[in-house]
Write a protein that binds this ligand. Structure first.
Ligand SMILES: Nc1ncnc2c1ncn2[C@@H]1O[C@H](COP(=O)(O)OP(=O)(O)O)[C@@H](O)[C@H]1O
Ligand SMILES: CC(=O)OP(=O)(O)O
Ligand SMILES: [Mg+2]
Length: 432
């Protein structure tokens, strides 16, 4: 029998929920609707909704201040939509897939029960912009949709293949092992989608695909993928490392923070019972990046202002290009030049033609050459070529879809996650 899958992606600036109908053994779930609340870090948040030809864009929302608020608003919107009869009652939802950024050592998705819930909760300190928000949604689903199975998909799982010398920090190994201090890497659900979309596009078996993938959104990262597996990525123990983002500094000299504030190690003003963060984490995760340099978290706006002559926006743009190019060069060596394509994805990677042009301009010396016309008018497929005909390496844009990647995983493991199976019973789940 067909079941409804809700696939929930709590990002740092947005909550995206896709609704699918699926049956056991089906190839791909069928998307019925997609709702997105954007701008959580640049109020007022707005709703984007699509179901068939029905579209809502940019509806300003009031009283939505958190990922949990955004999710509850979306759930109400979906169940009240008369054009979505498949989801007229909350009990219609059989599965609820949750994007959880930090999954520690979990190499694959997990059914959320008491144990996994508390384990994920412990990891919240390592992904302060994400895990705590995602868990508020897990709790909301558990209370509002008690018959649905909750499954956690981790951003970190795709990077469980990182070689030892890549994931190890050169620090005291005893303390590193005790405190689980290593590179985990994130955006893995997206990189998994990208790998599985790009391989058939390039007509290569998955296990022979070598790409440099860039997921550039509110949080941004790069990944070197060899034989379809992650061999290096720019985020680290937490999503703070590597590239700068909307409110994140990215990698800086770790000593900098002690010169920035004398309170670096103190609990932050925004610490709460659920979320413990230091002043240092608050500043570098939430008060840096484009927001600190330009006053906006919207990189589309940064580009617009730069084009109108704003110097700080130009500086923010140049910093981003410089850091991205650094990873492209580094991963080109990691892959020993055997690179099938440079792939742009995420909100900025998919929409920021100016950024792609600037990155490709610097990477042209390695054989990544852009076709400016294709770059400015990207086709509407999942994967599109924007490289110059005859260039040494291809350049692609991939419209990544973390919700679909989770829903596909859910269908593939249907029997394991089916509501009503013994494993799924969670009598006292998520006790405080
Ligand atoms: N035309 C555009 N050019 C460049 N960036 C854009 C454009 N439109 C939107 N963006 C950026 O995309 C980012 C959101 O990306 P997304 O991957 O959806 O974010 P999240 O990290 O919340 O999942 C925002 O920072 C937004 O500024
Ligand atoms: C891991 C991460 O930074 O995610 P997002 O880009 O969705 O904030
Ligand atoms: Mg995202």
């Amino acid at each position: 029998m067909a079941k409804i899958i809700l696939s929930i992606n709590a990002g740092s600036s947005s909550v995206k929920v896709s609704v699918y109908a699926a049956t056991e053994g089906a190839q791909d779930p069928t998307q019925l609707a997609e709702a997105q609340v954007d701008g959580l870090t640049a109020p007022p948040p707005t709703l984007k909704y699509s179901r068939g030809d029905e579209k809502i864009k940019g509806k300003k929302l009031e009283g939505i201040n958190s990922q949990e608020d955004a999710f509850k608003y979306i759930l109400d919107h979906l169940t009240n939509d008369k054009g979505l009869p498949e989801l007229s009652h909350r009990d219609d939802i059989g599965f609820s897939c949750h994007r959880v950024v930090h999954g520690g050592d979990y190499p694959k998705a997990q059914l959320i029960d008491d144990d996994t819930y508390h384990h994920i909760e412990k990891l919240s300190d390592l992904a302060p912009l994400h895990n705590a928000g995602a868990l508020t949604i897990v709790r909301a689903v558990h209370h509002e949709l008690p018959h649905a199975s909750n499954i956690a998909y981790f951003d970190s799982s795709f990077h469980s293949t990182l070689p030892l010398h890549v994931r190890t920090y050169p620090i005291d190994p005893t303390i590193a092992s005790r405190n689980k201090l290593r590179k985990y890497g994130f955006h893995g659900i997206s990189y998994s989608f990208i790998t599985r979309a790009v391989a058939p596009h390039l007509q290569k078996p998955l296990d022979e695909l070598n790409i440099i993938a860039l997921h550039l959104g509110s949080g941004a990262s790069a990944c070197a993928i060899k034989g379809g597996k992650s061999v290096d990525t720019s985020m680290g123990l937490t999503p703070l490392a590597g590239l700068p983002g909307a409110t994140r500094s990215g990698s800086i000299d770790p000593s900098l923070i002690f010169h920035f504030t004398h309170d670096a190690g103190r609990p932050s003003r925004q610490s709460s019972k659920e979320l413990h963060i230091t002043e240092a984490e608050q500043i570098l995760n939430k008060e840096s990046g484009w927001a600190a340099l330009t006053g906006t978290t919207d990189f589309g706006e940064v580009i617009g202002r730069m084009e109108r002559g704003d110097e700080m926006s130009k500086l923010a743009f140049d910093i981003f290009v410089d850091r991205i190019v650094g990873f492209v060069g580094s991963y080109y060596l990691t892959l020993e030049g055997q690179v099938d394509a440079l792939v742009f994805a995420g909100g900025i990677g998919e929409k920021g033609s100016q950024l792609r042009e600037a990155v490709a301009g610097k990477a042209a010396c390695l054989g990544f050459e852009l076709d400016p016309r294709k770059n400015r008018n990207v086709g509407d497929g999942v994967v599109e070529d924007i490289g110059k005909e005859g260039a040494k390496h291809r350049i692609l844009v991939c419209r990544t879809d973390e919700q679909l990647e989770m829903a596909r995983g859910c269908v593939a493991e249907w029997a394991k996650y089916k509501p009503g199976t013994e494993e799924v019973d969670m009598p006292g789940a998520f006790a405080e």
